[in-house]
Design a protein around this ligand. Structure first.
Ligand code: FES
Ligand SMILES: [Fe+2]
Length: 422
């Protein structure tokens, strides 16, 4: 349980808010690099409550500008994508990706007015097939986080994203909650197709996580950049089976892989659009080999953590990644399946998570009752609040500004009972 004040502090992300300021210390994914063609259409995006436009100039350089023109607030979404910058179609003001106004054709040529204009703009960089931005105050941003999925060759990763109608924090909390797997994503009958296949793949013979013992012992350990959340279950031959989730400040989580000899790894990045919506970035990658055709086909079909069936695209910010499954259609739940086969009848793990976290509404944490199984969630909130308060009150740089501190993986491992899991 949180006080109403802590709840508000943890969930608000606009400029000047406690968590908003913390998140602005880190690189944030904006769109896939492939979504911006050189000289192509401008895209609206909205991040941390700020309306922006992303574009790639004819020369290939990516820019991210405040959506509304500094002149009289026309939308630069309609802008002309010219070199060396985006030109407003209302009166022709032109902005470089740096935000500098470089042309003001409706003013006299001798005017110095344009030198006084500083249009909102954020630096961008590309890595791992993703355009990232830094929205913080440092004149020299930290290095890009060296997440393994961003560093492997393209053939070794699959990246998707989808819109969620809830605050970022409740979605992120689902990502550090090992206890929900065997319920929300569980099955009543192991003959269920998709999960049956997963069971068969589980070479070590432990079965799919959702069929595992439902009350694991959970421990949390701090790391340089966040937390390890270990869920421990009994295993044969005097061993424990540890499933270890990663939390990396401020918005990265990595669930433990399926047990097996050659697992694909997964990660989420939970990026607030504003206080009531987020983009759930979903990444699957393999550290050492290309993803197989079958794996890629599965991800494209929206299995595993991905949800790829989108409603018809609009040009609003992230209007092209709204899943068809939504509150208004009960997330396409199959109630008969829920009665007979599955714990929860909504199809697809990603959509199940979306459905249940959206169902929490404007989550009031002063009304919740947390138990022993919720220890990961308690610690993630503390991690965020501690880092944000230290930054606000003592100017302490938050953990994770060292790019190399993101070079980590989640894990599922069998260990002798006496072996320390950390
Ligand atoms: S509103 Fe953009 S140039 Fe006038
Ligand atoms: Fe989940």
């Amino acid at each position: 349980m949180l006080t109403a004040e802590d709840n508000a502090q943890l969930t608000r992300v606009g400029p000047g808010t406690l968590i908003g300021d913390l998140m602005r210390q880190y690189w944030i994914p904006v769109v896939l690099s492939s979504e911006l063609a050189p000289g192509g259409r401008v895209k609206r995006v909205r991040i941390l409550g700020e309306d922006l436009v992303a574009f790639r100039g004819p020369s290939g350089r990516v820019g991210l500008l405040g959506e509304f023109c500094s002149h009289r607030r026309a939308s630069l979404y309609f802008g002309r994508n010219e070199e060396p910058g985006l030109r407003c179609v209302y009166h022709g003001w032109q902005y470089e990706p740096s935000g500098r106004c470089i042309d003001m054709p409706n003013e006299r040529p001798e005017s110095s007015f344009q030198d006084k204009i500083v249009h909102p703009a954020y630096p961008c960089a590309e890595r791992g097939g993703v355009v990232w931005t830094y929205m913080g105050p440092a004149s020299v941003p930290p290095g890009l986080p060296e997440l393994e999925w961003t560093l492997v060759p393209q053939a070794q990763r699959f990246v998707s994203k989808f819109w969620q109608d809830c605050n970022y924090l409740q979605a992120l909390e689902g990502g550090v909650d090992p206890a929900h797997i065997s319920f929300l994503h569980g099955i009543l009958d192991a003959a269920d197709d998709g999960l049956r296949r997963a069971l068969d793949r589980a070479a070590a013979g432990f079965g799919f996580a959702s069929q595992l013992e439902r009350t694991p012992h959970i421990e949390v350990a701090e790391t340089e950049t966040g937390l390890l959340i270990g869920a421990r279950r009994e295993a044969p031959a005097g061993q424990y089976y540890w499933r270890i989730t990663r939390y990396l400040l401020p918005f990265h989580t990595m669930p433990p892989p399926e047990v097996g000899s050659d697992p694909v790894l997964h990660s989420h990045v939970w990026i607030p659009i504003d206080d009531d919506h987020l983009v759930n970035w979903c990444i699957s990658w393999h550290p050492t080999r290309a993803l197989t055709e079958d794996e890629q086909a599965e991800f494209r079909a929206g299995s595993s953590i991905h949800a790829m069936e989108y409603a018809p695209a609009t040009s609003e910010a992230y209007g092209d990644i709204r899943p068809i499954a939504s509150r208004s259609n009960d997330y396409l739940a199959d109630w008969e399946a829920q009665r007979t086969r599955k714990f929860f009848g909504v199809p697809g793990v990603g959509v199940q998570d979306k459905a249940i976290t959206e169902s929490q509404g404007r989550y009031d944490r002063s009304l919740e009752h947390l138990g022993r199984a919720d220890v990961g969630i308690i610690r993630v909130r503390k991690c965020l609040l501690d880092a944000a308060i230290a930054l606000r009150t003592r100017r302490v740089p938050p953990p994770g500004l060292d790019p190399a501190s993101y070079r980590v993986r989640p894990a599922s491992v069998l260990l002798p009972k006496e072996a320390p899991w950390v």
